[in-house]
Design a protein. Structure first.
Ligand SMILES: O=C(O)CCC(=O)C(=O)O
Length: 306
């Protein structure tokens, strides 16, 4: 049985979308959308290539993360390798490896890159925190929510990426770990025996190409597969609604610290405890689903628990 993730994320012309239309149809109802060509009018659109980054900042050392799909207990806080940036770019053009450059603060290293783009009208009025992501072919960004629960605009500049999305109200059925923003399921190899909640989830998929901007509303789960070596830029804006904003602050200032502390005391035992909570929440969500109460009782409340 295949996971129910076939629904495509709608694709719209980003260059002609007005702020009003975006607010009314996507931001307010918190619906994902691919905005094709949203960043097209800026120099970065053509200028930012692999060669450009190799030449302009190839000599810096970058911290790289393994995809750690196999080790779901680990979080992505500490890089597990370093390399010269140009060597890393050569590597990801050449071959699959599991090393990704995650939340790369490229503009700290080279602030003049900020002159290569502006923020499209539809994102104006919000906080923007730009980060870049680089990854090799076949690498996987395991399923997670962004810890600050922000609205995210993820623009692809090079290579294609497959993205699977789930709304935040599916968190329990996705076996979200408490004190964490990761899920323990693998959407590419769904194990229904161990994770029966997966029979009930409903997601969406899309493939991003050069110039596509994916709008991911606050708290949306995302699983990403790099189909080719490539890179993208994410711009974050404040979370939607008071609940999501508070959740973001609590994730960053409370949960993350508790998780760190408990991991340092007994990582294995703490992980087993978190898994047991995830399983018990999923069982409850399945019962609600089977009794027909899922929509009424779970919709919109999951993100505020834990
Ligand atoms: O594109 C990537 O490599 C990861 C993007 C991501 O996870 C994010 O923007 O939260």
């Amino acid at each position: 049985m295949a996971l129910d993730i076939q629904d495509p994320v709608p694709v719209k012309d980003g260059s002609s979308m007005t702020r009003e239309e975006f607010h009314h149809s996507y931001l307010k109802p918190q619906k994902p959308v691919v905005l094709r060509g949203l960043w097209k009018k800026y120099p970065a659109y053509d200028k930012w290539t692999m060669d450009f980054f190799k030449k302009s900042m190839g000599n810096i050392e970058v911290g790289l993360f393994g995809n750690r799909k196999e080790d779901i207990s680990k979080t992505l806080e500490v890089p597990n390798a370093t390399m010269r940036f140009d060597e890393y770019l050569n590597l990801i053009e050449r071959e699959p490896t599991d090393l990704r450059l995650f939340l790369f603060p490229v503009f700290k290293h080279k602030p003049e890159l900020l002159k290569d783009f502006d923020y499209p009208e539809i994102t104006k009025g919000y906080i923007k925190i730009p980060f870049m992501f680089f990854g090799p072919p076949k690498s996987i960004v395991r399923m997670h929510q962004d810890i600050d629960m922000s609205n995210v605009f993820l623009t692809q500049f090079h290579g294609r990426k497959r993205v699977v999305l789930f709304a935040p109200d599916q968190s329990d059925l996705l076996y979200r770990l408490p004190f964490n923003v990761h899920s323990i399921v693998d959407v590419d190899n769904p194990d229904y025996q161990t994770y029966p909640g997966l029979k009930y989830v409903k997601g969406m998929s899309t493939i991003l190409e050069h110039g596509d901007t994916l709008f991911m509303p606050s708290g949306y789960w995302h699983h990403i597969e790099y189909l080719e070596g490539g890179f993208g830029l994410s711009v974050r804006t404040v979370a939607n609604g008071v609940g999501m904003k508070l959740q973001g602050v609590w994730n960053l200032g409370g949960k993350r610290l508790i998780d760190r502390m408990m991991r340092s005391i007994n990582d294995e035992k703490w992980f087993e405890y978190k898994k047991s909570v995830a399983f018990s929440r999923a069982d409850k969500a399945i019962s609600k689903f089977n009794s027909g109460n899922y929509e009424n009782e779970f919709q919109g409340t999951n993100a505020a628990t834990t």
